[in-house]
Design a protein around this ligand. Sequence first.
Ligand code: FAD
Length: 567
Amino acid sequence: MSTPGIEVQQSASSARRRVVIVGGVAGGASCAARLRRLDEAVEIVVFDRGPYASFANCGLPYYVGDVIADERALLMASPQMFRTRFDVQIRTETEVTAIDRAARMLTVRDVPTGEVRRERYDVLVLSPGAAPIRPPLPGIDLPGIFAVRSIPDSRRIRDWITARGAKSAVVVGGGFIGLEMVENLVRRDLGVTVLEKLPHVMPPLDPEMAAPVMEHLAQSGVQLHMGDGLARIEQTPDDSLVVVAESGARLPADLVILAIGVRPETDLARAAGLTIGPRGGIVTDAQMRTSDPAIWAVGDAAEVHDVLTGQETVLPLAGPANREGRVAAESIAGRTARFRGVQATSVVGVLGMTVASTGASEKGLVRAGIEGFAKVYLHPGHHASYYPGARPIHLKLLFSVPDGRIVGAQAVGAEGVEKRIDIIAMAIQLGGTVHDLAAAELCYAPQYGAAKDPVNLAGMIAQNVLAGDMPLADWTALDRTDALVVDVREPDEFAKGRLPGAINVPLSRLRERWTELPSDREIWLTCAVGQRAYYATRFLAQHGFRVRNLSGGFGTYRAMRAAGLVS
Ligand code: FAD
């Protein structure tokens, strides 16, 4: 079948089963390479409309920041390497514009010439990724406004900074890509303002866990303009820009980065009649097959199963895209691999701070209507406190009650953060409980960890909660509780900052002063990080007091207050 005026391109050997992949980066390239390792007989063709395939999108912000100085370092594998090593044909600057499912034909456009032709497929894999959201607001297309998706995008930002001698930038959006761009623009000595519609940066985190990140950004000289949306962008007579927020605030800038999220690229799939899910991604099964048995979809454009909330989701991360590509290849080759779904394990570096999370957040659980979970906070050092240089890790662990199954964790700190989250991620993947974390045998030497690693501690604290040894107080009820708040830190610590209404009975004197405490009133105990309050909880509970622990102590209070959850 052919369309008048459009040449039909046949493969060299039309007898070969022809697998065509749309998008040759994370999902598409891994699918191609894996498929070849499984099946020497198929013909594999990859179309990408961009000038490069198999490039490191995750490295793009660091190319802007000059950490990666040579653009060629971003190219993971060349078309020639794909051809010689894997017999995979990579056709860049070739856009797929339509899918004729009945005829198993694609319409493709040669980007430089505009020429259109038809290409057949036996199997089609869609890995077109997700496009940066560009809201149709006044001034959005002015020169100096950039999104970051491709190598040319990063090159244009670098060139703009150099050519204009740019001194200031507004980053719209405080998520992963936004914050990576903040870090790299700061590296280039620009003054940076973040405009974010939510009250906090890093939307996957709960607000109190994002608070230390915001404090760190502010201390690093980044201006934070939170809880305000983008209204329009104006150009000044001297060709610089002013970002105007919904509140009317005016934020001047020499360049603007749009990082307000991404949208799955589903136009092709939608036009071809493939089923699109409620989250706007292409619906796939566990083999990454779409509603058409001859078409698979992987990566940012595919909708996948969230193993924790049980809901469908789209998750624009490179790890899942690679694994989905691999599963699709296995399935195309006739094997039975299954994609297990996602739990959103992620990490980002922000000006020397590491922010990582896995599984569900508290707000995600609430949004999904999931109840019956508890949370603990802790702030251990990243390694043994006696060894010089220990830095705190702020860790929040969410688990279900009463079975202790781990449902999520978030951590923020300078060092050792991603190691702890990766361990917890693996525990979640294996269906683990807080008891598994408490019992985990992890490597230890003083410069790396502690004999009781933060992961062990998180599990042990959660075990104490489940066993009823440490009933928890609700931080957000602090402003309205009738309980007596007792701070068991030493007086000099108490003098430096205290919870509203708290009295001070140091743990070091509790055994002589406990009779001063009221036995007819609930007591909420707090300290610096929760450990001394736990000892006090155990002591007072065994003396007949009704006690609860404010998990994470003053460290958590500061974050709660910064997030506006307590006064
Ligand atoms: P992509 O890798 O985006 O590839 C899609 C390709 O398809 C593109 O090259 C596009 O040109 C092409 N295409 C689209 N439509 C067509 C068409 N019709 N015809 C032909 N070609 C087409 N993830 C992490 O896990 N960690 C990180 O640190 C991280 N950092 C990131 C930093 C940046 C700046 C960006 C942009 C992303 C980052 N990501 C990160 C996300 C990660 O890169 C993506 O999740 C991953 O690349 C998705 O893979 P994909 O194959 O679905 O799509």
